[in-house]
Ligand binder design. Structure first.
Ligand code: NAP
Length: 551
C-alpha cells in the first residue's frame, strides 16, 4: 500500500491530449490538497496560482502580528498521519511565517510544485456544453482546457481599500494587510495610521505601536477581542494531541465549528446563576481562544439576553484593562451581539491603548473625508502621517469568483447571476455552471469553521465525485435549480434562527458599499453539513443532473 506521505511521483497521469481532467484555480491550502488528492487517484490536474509562491491567505497576509486564530494542532491538514505526527508547531497559535513554512513543506513533501503554475492568474473560464469542458484563459494569454474546474480561490482573497478620495495624493507609503510587502515594513520613527479594527487591525496594532513614533488607530466600529493566551507549545499538550489525533480529528468533523474539545452545549446561559456564569466566562478568558465562548451555552448565538451576559463580561474586561475610561468606552462594542461578527483573537490589543504613543480616533462620528498629501482628514481635522496601513478587509466569499469572467458559452457571467447575492447548491456548485466546484463556497460552513477541515471535506467530496464520474462514464454534473433554491432557503432559515444576521459583518457583505445583504455561510455546524453532503452522494448525487458521455 502506498503510504499517505509518499509523493505520488509515479502516478502523474498524462493529460488527455491538451485536456486536463481538472484545472484547480488557486494554490492555497485548498488547491494544494486538491492537487495531492486527485493526482493520487491518477487524475491529471494542475494548479494555477496568481502569487509567486503557494500558500494563499498565508502567502499574502504578511502584516506584522499575522497569526492564526485557531490552535495549530487543529488548524493543520489531517489527511496524512505521518505529516501531523512529524510536524512541530512552535507555538499554540502559529504565526503567518510558521504557517507558510508548513505549507511550503507540504508542497515539497508531496512533490506538488511540478504541477503548480505560479504567477498565473485565471482571468476567464468558459464551459462548452458540446465538449463538456472548460476553457480557461490566463493573464499570460495561455489557454487551458479541462473537464472539471475546481475554484480554490479562497474566501478572503480580494483585499479591499475603501474608495477614499485623494489616496493618490498621499506622499507617504500605504499598505493593505492582504497585500503586505514580503520584505516587511519598518515603521521605526514614523507616524502611522491604521484604518480598521477587525482581526487584521487588532493583530497589527500592538506590533506597529512598538515601532512607530506615534500610532493613530482610526476606528469606525469596535470589535469584541478575546485573548489568545498564546505561548510556546507545551510538550505534554503536543504529545497528548498526537497520541489521540484520530479521535480528535473525528470529533472535529462532527462538531459545530470544526474544532475538537468543544462539545455541543446543552445549557442555557439564562439557566445558570450569574456567579457561576461569570466564573465560566473567566475560565474561558484565561483558557484563551474564541471557540470556548462560541460553544459555552446553547443560546449564546440565538438569544440576545443570553448573549449579552458574555458581551457585558468582555466589556467589563475592556474597562478593567484600558486606563482612560473614555477610550475604554469607545473600545467596548455595543452595536452587535458578541460572536455575530468574527471574534478577534488578540495578544496585547486593549493594553496598547495605555501607551502614550497610541491614539484612538473615532471615525464613526467624524468619518474619514479624504486622504491628503500629508495624511488623513476626518470631520475633526487632519492627522499627519508617514504611512497608512489599511486593515479594511476583503470582498469576502464572492469577490474572487466574481472577478473571473466565468460563464457557459453564450450564457450569463457568474458575477451577473449573483448580482443579488450568491446562490449555490451546498456551497459546492452553482446551477447553470456545470463541472465547476467551489471549495468552501458561500452556502457551506466555510468561514464559520476550522477552514482546513472544511477544505478537506470539500476536496474529498469533489474527488469522490470525480472518481464516480470516471467509473460511471459521466461527463457532466450540474446542480438542479430547484435543489439549489431549496438549499439557499435552508441556509437562510438556519441563519435567521440565530443572531448572526443582526450584525453588519462581512458575513452579510456589509463592508462593501452596494453589496447585496445576504448571509453567506451555512451555520448549522460542520457535522450536520457533512452528513447532508454525504447523503447527497450516497443517493447518487441527489439534486444534481448527471449526463453520460455522448448524452
Ligand atoms: P474586517 O473584519 O472586514 O475589518 C475591516 C475593518 O476596516 C473594520 O473595522 C471596518 O469597520 C474598517 N473599515 C472598512 N472600511 C472603512 C472605512 N471606509 N472607514 C473606516 N473604517 C473602515 O477585515 P479583517 O480585519 O481583514 O478581517 C477579515 C477576516 O479575515 C476576519 O474576520 C477573519 O475571518 C480573517 N482573519 C483572520 C485572522 C486570524 O486568523 N487571526 C487574521 C486576520 C483576518 P466597520 O466594522 O465599521 O465596517
Amino acid at each position: 500500500m502506498m503510504t499517505d506521505t509518499a509523493p505520488n511521483k509515479a502516478q502523474t497521469p498524462a493529460p488527455r491530449g491538451d485536456l486536463l481532467d481538472v484545472a484547480i484555480v488557486g494554490g492555497g491550502l485548498a488547491g494544494l490538497y486538491a492537487l495531492h488528492r486527485l493526482r493520487g487517484m491518477g487524475i491529471s490536474a494542475r494548479v494555477f496560482e496568481a502569487g509567486n509562491g503557494v500558500g494563499g491567505t498565508w502567502f499574502w497576509n504578511r502584516y506584522p502580528g499575522a497569526r492564526c486564530d485557531i490552535e495549530s494542532l487543529e488548524y493543520s491538514y489531517s489527511f496524512s498521519d505521518d505529516l501531523q505526527q512529524e510536524w512541530k508547531w512552535p507555538e499554540r497559535y502559529a504565526t503567518q511565517p510558521q504557517i507558510l513554512a508548513y505549507i511550503n513543506h507540504v508542497a515539497e513533501r508531496f512533490d506538488l510544485m511540478r504541477d503548480v503554475q505560479l504567477e498565473t492568474r485565471i482571468l476567464a473560464a468558459e464551459f462548452d456544453r458540446s465538449s463538456d469542458s472548460w476553457t480557461l484563459r490566463t493573464n499570460k494569454d495561455e489557454v487551458v482546457s479541462a473537464q472539471f474546474c475546481i475554484m480554490a480561490t479562497g474566501n478572503l482573497s480580494t483585499p479591499r481599500v475603501p474608495d477614499f478620495k485623494g489616496l493618490e495624493n498621499f506622499k507617504g507609503k500605504w499598505y493593505h494587510s492582504g497585500m503586505w510587502p514580503a520584505a516587511g515594513v519598518d515603521f521605526s520613527g514614523q507616524r502611522v495610521g491604521v484604518i480598521g479594527t477587525g482581526s487584521s487591525g487588532i493583530q497589527m496594532i500592538p506590533m506597529i505601536a512598538k515601532q512607530a513614533e506615534h500610532l493613530f488607530v482610526f476606528q469606525r466600529t469596535p470589535n469584541f477581542c478575546l485573548p489568545a493566551q498564546n505561548g510556546p507549545m507545551e510538550a505534554e499538550r503536543e504529545a497528548a494531541y498526537k497520541a489521540n489525533y484520530p479521535v480528535r480529528r473525528q470529533e472535529a468533523r462532527t462538531s459545530g465549528f470544526g474544532v475538537s474539545g468543544y462539545p455541543t452545549p446543552t445549557q442555557s446561559a439564562l439557566e445558570v446563576p450569574p456567579e457561576e456564569r461569570r466564573r465560566n466566562y473567566e475560565e474561558l478568558w484565561q483558557r484563551g481562544g474564541s471557540i470556548g465562548f462560541l460553544s459555552c451555552y446553547n443560546d449564546f448565538l440565538v438569544d440576545e439576553r443570553a448573549n449579552d451576559t458574555a458581551a457585558e463580561f468582555v466589556r467589563e474586561k475592556i474597562r478593567g484593562i484600558v486606563r482612560d475610561p473614555a477610550v475604554a468606552e469607545a473600545l467596548a462594542p455595543k452595536d452587535h451581539p458578541i460572536g455575530t461578527k468574527r471574534l478577534c483573537l488578540d495578544t496585547g490589543y486593549y493594553e496598547v491603548y495605555n501607551r502614550d504613543n497610541v491614539s484612538l480616533i473615532d471615525v464613526r462620528n467624524a468619518p474619514i473625508e479624504e486622504i491628503t498629501e500629508r495624511g488623513v482628514r476626518t470631520a475633526d481635522g487632519e492627522f499627519e502621517l508617514d504611512a497608512i496601513a489599511f486593515a479594511t478587509g476583503f470582498d469576502a466569499m464572492t469577490g474572487a469568483l466574481r472577478e473571473i469572467d466565468l460563464r457557459v458559452k453564450g450564457g450569463e457571467a457568474l458575477a451577473d447571476v449573483w448580482e443579488a447575492g450568491p446562490r449555490t447548491y451546498l456551497g459546492l456548485s452553482v446551477a447553470g455552471f456545470p463541472n465547476m466546484f467551489m471549495v468552501t463556497g458561500p452556502g457551506s460552513p466555510s468561514v464559520k469553521s476550522q477552514m482546513i477541515l472544511s477544505i478537506e471535506q470539500h476536496v474529498d467530496w469533489i474527488s469522490n465525485f470525480i472518481d464516480y464520474a470516471r467509473n460511471g462514464q459521466i461527463s457532466r454534473i450540474e446542480a438542479d435549480i430547484d435543489a439549489q433554491d431549496r438549499w439557499v432557503a435552508h441556509v437562510n432559515e438556519v441563519a435567521d434562527s440565530t443572531l448572526y444576521p443582526v450584525a453588519n459583518s462581512w458575513y452579510v457583505g456589509a463592508n462593501i458599499p452596494g453589496k447585496p445583504r445576504v448571509f453567506m455561510p451555512y451555520v448549522a455546524g460542520v457535522g450536520v453539513y457533512r452528513q447532508k453532503c454525504d447523503e447527497v452522494a450516497s443517493k447518487g448525487y441527489e439534486g444534481f443532473k448527471l449526463t453520460g458521455r455522448g448524452g
